[in-house]
Structures are given as structure tokens and as C-alpha cells.
Design a protein around this ligand. Structure first.
Ligand SMILES: CC(C)(COP(=O)(O)OP(=O)(O)OC[C@H]1O[C@@H](n2cnc3c(N)ncnc32)[C@H](O)[C@@H]1OP(=O)(O)O)[C@@H](O)C(=O)NCCC(=O)NCCS
Length: 207
């Protein structure tokens, strides 16, 4: 499989950035990020590539960017690294009447969203590598690219030897079966959101 994986550190050129924004808007349209204005998503990506606690990757097939992934050393950095943008994000969500998303952010800040995770699994989630977002362009799905992309990312992080486990969260049954059936993740609990329960999954990076 001729999949090329790129990581962006410190800078990202405008062409790649606009491709990543397109993937966020089209393929992860349920995410909080996709609900922000183009300007704020662009600022978010600038912070993401400058952070040494967050990671942005794309995968390319024949010079065509078909997927992207965002990871964090710990889930808390997905909030703390963007603290300078908090008012911009808040006003964006208010202007677009995304009240439920705002409630979800508060549930998360107050850690109320973790009530359905036992203490052991909370610790696993909070202290390990977090796969925040991943997507493959719709027309390229179900061809094994998602599995190959994530396997490469896990190999990369496993070689750094900083984390025992990788965790992720999803509402989607299809994504759940991608993680469980294709990549051997297992469920460790649920997170509470206004629109329902998010499944939390984990997989050991080393055996
Ligand atoms: C999840 C995703 C990255 C998998 O990429 P992929 O290239 O399709 O992955 P693979 O080909 O390796 O595996 C395909 C499996 O993913 C699952 N899947 C299929 N369509 C899916 C979809 N629209 N959304 C989520 N998972 C899907 C199925 O289990 C599928 O197995 P099958 O082809 O045997 O039916 C991709 O489907 C996607 O971008 N989905 C939308 C965004 C998303 O849900 N991201 C995960 C949460 S952030």
C-alpha cells in the first residue's frame, strides 16, 4: 500500500492547511472543531502544529491528501493548549447556536463527563496518548487506508516509548467497529455528552 504519512511541526503550508480544513468540515462534521469558523479552525491548526504536546498527521495517496489525524500526549492538552482561543471559540459556538456543545465543554471542564468511567480506566484515559480525530475521505473508505494509517501512527508512537496505551472516543457504531474489529481496541467505558454517551476505547501500544 503506497500510503505516505506526513507530520507537521511548527509550520504548515496554506495548501495542506486548507485540505485538512476540508477533511475536518466534511469527514468529522460532528466534531466541535468542525463547528468553528474557517478562521478559528485555521488558528487551531496553527496552534496544533506549534505545540509540542499535540500532533497533526496527514496521509497521502499518489500526492492526494486522503486523511488526517490529531493526537495529544494527554486529553487535557486538547483544552489547555487552546486556552488563548477560548473566547473566540465560545463566541463562535454562541453565534451558531451550538448551546449543547458549550454545555459539553463545561461537563468536560468540570469532569462530570467521566462519571461512567471507573477510576482505573479514568487514569488510563487521562495519562495516555489520545487519538482526538481521524478521518479518511469518504470515497477512499473501506479500502484498508484507515487501518494502515493508524497502524503506522501507533508504530511511530510505540517507538517513542512514552506511552503504554492509546485511547480514543466515538459516538459512531461504524467507527467503533473500525477500532475494535480492524485494530483490536477494547471498550473501557463511556463519557457523558448532551446528545448521548461517547464510547471510550483503548489499546496497548506495546505487548
Ligand atoms: C473511521 C475511518 C477513519 C476508517 O477509515 P477506513 O479507511 O474506512 O478504514 P478501513 O478501510 O481500514 O476499515 C474500514 C472499516 O471502518 C468501518 N467504517 C466503515 N465506514 C465507516 C464510516 N463512515 N465511519 C466510521 N467507520 C466506518 C467499518 O468497520 C469498516 O469495515 P468494512 O470495510 O469491513 O465494512 C473512516 O471510516 C472515517 O473517516 N470515518 C468518518 C470519521 C470518523 O468516524 N472518525 C473516527 C472518529 S474521530
Amino acid at each position: 500500500m503506497n500510503l505516505k504519512i506526513e507530520e507537521y511541526k511548527n509550520i504548515i503550508d496554506d495548501e495542506i492547511k486548507s485540505k485538512v480544513i476540508g477533511l475536518i468540515k466534511n469527514e468529522n462534521s460532528d466534531s466541535i472543531l468542525a463547528k468553528l469558523s474557517l478562521n478559528n479552525i485555521s488558528n487551531y491548526i496553527d496552534i496544533l502544529v506549534k505545540s509540542n504536546k499535540l500532533y497533526l498527521f496527514t496521509c497521502e495517496l499518489d500526492n492526494n491528501t486522503i486523511g488526517y489525524a490529531v493526537l495529544a500526549d494527554k486529553p487535557e492538552y486538547l483544552i489547555s493548549e487552546f486556552k488563548h482561543m477560548k473566547f473566540k471559540i465560545f463566541f463562535d459556538l454562541i453565534l451558531n447556536f451550538n448551546i449543547f456543545t458549550i454545555i459539553d465543554i463545561f461537563l468536560s471542564l468540570l469532569k462530570i463527563d467521566l462519571i461512567k468511567l471507573n477510576n482505573k480506566n479514568r487514569e488510563i484515559l487521562n495519562k495516555n496518548l489520545n487519538l482526538n480525530l481521524i478521518a479518511i475521505k469518504n470515497s477512499y473508505r473501506s479500502k484498508g487506508y484507515g487501518k494502515a494509517f493508524l497502524n503506522e501512527l501507533m508504530k511511530l508512537f510505540s517507538a517513542k516509548d512514552l506511552f503504554e496505551t492509546i485511547c480514543c472516543e466515538t459516538y459512531s457504531n461504524q467507527a467503533e467497529s473500525f477500532y475494535i474489529k480492524k485494530l483490536n481496541f477494547h471498550k473501557i467505558g463511556k463519557k457523558v455528552r448532551t446528545k448521548g454517551l461517547l464510547t471510550v476505547l483503548a489499546k496497548k501500544l506495546k505487548h
